[in-house]
Design a protein around this ligand. Sequence first.
Ligand SMILES: [Zn+2]
Length: 236
Amino acid sequence: MSELNDLKKKLAMSSRMLFNSGLVDYSGHISARIPGSDHLLILPHPVSRATVVADDMVVTDFEGKLIEGKYKAPSEVYMHARAYKARSDIQSVAHLHNHMVAVLTMVDKPFYPASSNPGAFFGSGAMPVYMDPALIHSVEQGDAVARTLGKGDAVMLRGHGSMVVGQAIEWVFAACVDLEEAASRFYKASLLGPVRVYNEDETQRTIKARRKDSVVQKIWDHNVAKTKLAGLMEGV
Ligand SMILES: [Zn+2]
């Protein structure tokens, strides 16, 4: 299988897995940089995230312009395109309308992901929030989201969801799962009292155990199995 076909298949698989995990519904998307080019592969606009197949993927440039594909690109492709443009280390990007993360953006209170082990994946400090709730429909808005992301792994979008970036599709998928779990735990803990945030030493030791290819692969394999059991991995 060529590298490009492999990426397309992994995108289709991860889309169905994100759907099965409740992290995307009719909207939300995941993409991958095409290695050695100024192009990206992304889910198409109209196809269900639960049934998308490898051949449905479309190609755009880093200005968000459609280069190849039988469908149009998602309207928020600019978020992906400008993240790749801003950071050469990013190989995959996901945009989620994830419920608990969106809830946490609706209050004037910072979210410290490193207060539970899944959240420690994102390191210490409060997660940045892009404050404009408008959908990301232009290069300029995509650049503004990338600036708020900075060097991090995720940025929250106020009242909207999040963008998660990483070194591979599997890493981004695992980070999406961890982010929503961390947000859910943080929300529940906040109801009980002040949240105990990990100190730097605790954060670093937890990250060491979490940010590993073997752990990422375990999360991926588990979700492949779970999505197969749900009958959602046919003909991917
Ligand atoms: Zn969106």
